[in-house]
Design a protein around this ligand. Structure first.
Ligand code: ME8
Length: 646
């Protein structure tokens, strides 16, 4: 049996959990559930990072002991994860005794490898990031990357010979499996390491909230050496033979892009030094903004994770977070988008399908599942093929860490099922007294829904369980992906209709002010105003805007189109499995080679159009300048292709 070990960062407990913490942990939960469904032995670890200057200062500000602060705030994370119904196997805390043992062992090994020496650190430190910064990473008293305040530190310190691992790290990044993902992040971190690594200060003497440096109580161990080791503590630390316990190496360290350096440089270097196998993958996901802005308490757009749980059903929250952005891209958390996805995808596509089909079952067949017959009717065959294809796509997408694609495939199966019922018209067969065909159609529809429920279980577990139970199946055993076979829904089972799976949501926005009734007027000006009213002022609803999906696309290749001097044929990565082909009227303004590797704005949900016999699958956005030339909106390489523009 394969095993799968997934981790989240352990979260700082200086404050309460917010949407970002919920996101990473939900994504990890989706992976954990998915691999469990495949029969893998899964270990899912999350927890809290409780030591360090930041936590000590937060406790001082509140006038309580650090221990009191971490106990209170760590409990909030545990409460939240229980409310989110997450399925972690352990919630690790860095103040636990077994964690200290694992950390002491890590440091002992790094020392034994000759990688630790005593010196003096003089440089910048950010307590908020718990990170050291070099002079060129600072501007106006702040770290350029994070914007956090830095302070000057000068004290005796133990150092780790990070510089020694420059070459081995580069080799690791270049290894075939690409252990740091997405690729753009791998490139970013490889460039950073190629720029040269300084040795790393790994102890402090000016505060004491942390693990004592082994054999030198004057020093406190740097909180990141402490925190990163949680990934070994969590699965049981080192065994008698000095090996990390079962499940090591981790299959997936899921993190936010803010802590890539710690996970893709420091952690593998510590592990190499300690003679421990490296994790298989570090995956840095993107950043949520709220209403288009960085979340902050002062801006008033801070999303407390508990409020989120109160506001939205869990299934919807999970669905939205996964479906809205490719893992690795940034996303914008906007209520309108959540509502749109709920109403049109979950409620209409899945909820109605289940409701309608189960009701038809009761009306036409008394709710009893008929025998499975694999007909060769075209609609039936193509539905079965679509289900089989979806299963493959879901597995592949999850292995490729593209959960949004997995959901896309599942929702496509939902569309196919809706169309299947529409085109096969079981009500017509019923009316014509063709009971054999009614049974065939309804069996196919039910079996398709069962497949959909099993496939979607990791994403929307409540709805999936309700469907399986309504089909007379066990919600756990019945959700095994490795046992998914067409015809698996037993004849004779009784089908009931589950409670509403997804309630439609009305947007919680202020109602437009009632318009005054139009008055008749003979004045010219008034007439014009009335005309504007009638035809609309040219303003659109936010919901209309949301219909246009714009994303950043990376142009992979560009060539002229024979016989069309204005057109270029482009191939662009828009964050999907395969690049899209685009025919764009850019040839008079750009040389094809000047566009290659550029990231530009595109509309990605236009119906494809054929131009000069080439199917164009997106539209590049451009502006015409006064002389009829063209300009494009370019994005830097920091943006992962596929990131939505909103
Ligand atoms: O960094 N969007 O803890 P932390 C998406 N203790 N994800 C977000 C987010 C946002 N706006 N904000 C936070 C630490 N996150 C260390 C980790 S690991 C050995 C030690 C998520 O409480 C994201 O996963 O600051 C990010 O990496 C993490 O929260 C940072 O949590």
């Amino acid at each position: 049996m394969a095993d799968f070990y997934v981790t989240t960062p352990i979260y700082y407990v200086n404050g309460a959990p917010h949407i970002g913490h919920a996101y990473t942990t939900i994504v990890a939960d989706v992976f954990a559930r998915h691999y469990r469904q495949r029969g893998d032995e899964v270990f899912f670890l999350t927890g809290t990072d409780e030591h360090g200057l930041k936590v000590q200062r937060a406790a001082e500000e509140q006038g309580i002991s650090p221990q009191e602060l971490v106990d209170t705030n760590s409990a909030k994370f545990r409460d939240l994860f229980a409310k989110l119904e997450l399925t972690h196997d352990r919630f690790v805390r860095t103040t636990e005794a077994d964690h200290k043992d694992a950390v002491v062992e890590m440091v002992r090994r790094m020392k034994a490898a000759g990688d630790i020496y005593l010196d003096t650190y003089a440089g910048w430190y950010s307590a908020s990031d718990e990170a050291y910064y070099s002079e060129d990473e600072i501007e106006d008293g702040k770290a350029i990357e994070s914007g956090s305040a830095v302070e000057w530190v000068e004290e005796k310190s133990y150092f780790f010979r990070l510089s020694k691992y420059e070459q081995p790290l580069i080799e690791w990044y270049n290894s075939q499996d690409i252990p740091v993902r997405p690729k753009a992040r791998r490139n970013e971190i490889a460039a950073f390491v190629e720029g040269g690594l300084n040795d790393l200060s790994i102890s402090r003497t000016t505060f004491n909230w942390g693990i004592e440096f082994p054999e030198d109580p004057e020093h406190v161990l740097y909180v990141w050496v402490d925190a990163l080791t949680n990934y070994i503590t969590g699965i049981g630390g080192f065994d008698e033979k000095g090996e990390p316990a079962k499940f090591w190496p981790a299959d997936l360290h899921l993190i936010g892009k803010d802590i890539l350096r710690f996970h893709a440089v420091y952690w593998p270097a510590f592990l190499m030094s300690a003679g421990v196998e490296l994790p298989k993958q570090v995956f840095a996901h993107g950043w949520w903004t709220v209403d288009g802005q960085k979340m902050s308490k002062s801006r008033g757009n801070w999303v407390d994770a508990f409020e989120l749980v109160e506001q939205y059903p869990l299934d919807l929250l999970r669905y939205f977070m996964i479906r809205e952005i490719p893992l690795g891209s940034d996303g914008n958390f906007v209520q309108e988008r959540i509502v749109e996805r709920n109403n049109s995808e979950l409620a209409d596509n899945l909820g109605n399908l289940v409701n309608r089909t189960t009701k038809m079952m009761q009306g036409f067949l008394g709710g009893t599942v008929p025998k499975s017959v694999e007909t060769d009717v075209e609609a039936d065959v193509s539905l079965r093929e679509c289900a089989a294809k979806t299963l493959t796509e879901v597995r592949d997408s999850m292995d490729k860490r593209e959960p949004h694609h997995a959901l896309e495939s599942i929702m496509h199966l939902g569309n196919e099922l809706n169309q299947y019922i529409q085109s096969t018209q079981p009500w017509k067969a019923k009316k014509e007294g063709d009971s054999e065909r009614v049974e065939q159609i309804l069996y196919h529809a039910l079996e398709g829904i069962r497949w959909m429920a099993v496939l979607v279980q990791a994403f929307v577990p409540d709805a999936a369980a309700k469907i399986l139970v309504a089909f007379g199946l066990d919600p756990v055993e019945g959700a095994r992906l490795d046992a998914l076979q067409w015809g698996g829904l037993p004849a004779g089972n009784t089908i009931t209709t589950p409670d509403v799976l997804f309630e439609k949501i009305e947007l919680d926005v202020p109602k437009p002010v009632e318009k005054e009734p139009k008055k008749k007027s003979k004045k010219k000006g008034d007439k014009k105003m009335n005309k504007d009213d009638a035809e609309g002022s040219g303003l659109i609803e936010f919901g209309d805007f949301l219909k246009v999906k714009m994303a950043v696309g990376r142009i992979l290749s560009a060539e002229r189109v024979d016989g069309a001097d204005k057109l270029l044929k482009l191939s662009a990565d828009v964050g999907e499995d395969a690049p899209r082909t685009i025919v764009a009227g850019l040839a008079l303004a750009f040389e094809p080679e000047d566009l290659v590797n550029k990231q530009v704005a595109m509309v990605v949900n236009l119906k494809p159009a054929k131009l000069f016999g080439i199917k164009s699958e997106a539209m590049v956005l451009a502006v015409k300048d006064a002389d009829g030339g063209l300009e494009l909106a370019f994005f830097s390489d920091n943006i992962v292709p596929g990131t939505q523009i909103s």
